[in-house]
Design a protein. Structure first.
Length: 257
């Protein structure tokens, strides 16, 4: 079982995961708001360079070098939802407020990735996309360690049957929405829970991401899921669904030498 640890930085709490012990990393809480990734990187590693994106709920994964060629003119940020390192001491960051922050490290190459996996990014397989890019850089599946941070839990995440089917199609290729949803319900440890409202279900997005990774051949021992729900932990985490405010918490990881 992977363990999660609370750290204290100048009286402010953030989380780390034993699975990513090789890397300086953190799933930061709302108490750090509105500090930027540049400031947060200094908490993890004062010599690392910070990289962030303008997140758009897609599945594009960029390297720091590619950021420069994909800038959005308005705010000087690249439009994407994943970052992967290409050199040591690169801190890659994603923001979330119910969506799943995913941090990945490769124990052999030292390279890392940070992904923003909301339901749309999950439906578009952002985690498998990132893993494929890491493999293209020389990573082996068995060397990857993946931690999914605090996100909205399945028991409180109500979505339409159509949305559930769109997410489910990422692991169950089928044209028929009802068949996808029924097949999801029938899975062991199903990512779907029933909802009393007609046309609605509850979905565990982190479980869907886990199933996507297991379909690639990644073992359960390589994956850790934070035991925290953003919606149900208001003391520590912003939740867009709870507050309807455009506030975020940051998650980041630093590549090693």
């Amino acid at each position: 079982m992977h363990t999660w640890h609370w750290h204290d930085w100048e009286g402010l709490p953030y989380l780390s995961c034993s699975l990513l012990r090789n890397w300086q990393h953190g799933f930061f809480t709302q108490q750090f708001w509105p500090r930027s990734p540049d400031e947060l990187t200094k908490v993890l590693h004062p010599e690392a360079s910070a990289y962030r994106l303008k997140q758009v709920h897609g599945n594009t994964v960029l390297t720091p070098r590619e950021i420069a060629t994909n800038l959005d003119a308005e705010d000087e940020l690249a439009l994407a939802d994943g970052l992967m390192s290409e050199a040591p001491l690169q801190a890659v960051w994603v923001a979330s407020a119910d969506c799943t922050p995913v941090l990945i490290g490769d124990i052999k190459t030292g390279r890392v990735a940070a992904l923003h996996a909301g339901w749309r990014g999950t439906a578009k397989k952002i985690v498998p996309q990132a893993i494929a890019r890491m493999q293209a850089q020389g990573s082996q599946l068995a060397d990857l360690r993946i931690a999914m941070g605090p996100a909205i839990a399945g028991e409180v995440y109500q979505v339409s049957v159509e949305v559930a089917a769109e997410i489910g199609a990422s692991i169950i290729p089928h044209e028929d929405n009802q068949k996808i949803v029924q097949t999801l319900h029938d899975l062991p440890h199903s990512p779907l829970l029933a909802d009393p409202e007609p046309g609605k279900v509850r979905v565990d997005v982190r479980r869907v991401n886990t199933l996507q990774m297991e379909n690639l051949g990644i073992s359960a021992e390589q994956i850790a899921i934070a035991p925290y729900c953003t919606y149900q932990t208001p003391d520590h985490f912003f939740s867009y669904r709870r507050e309807q405010q455009k506030k975020v918490q940051w998650s980041g990881i630093v590549s090693v030498v």
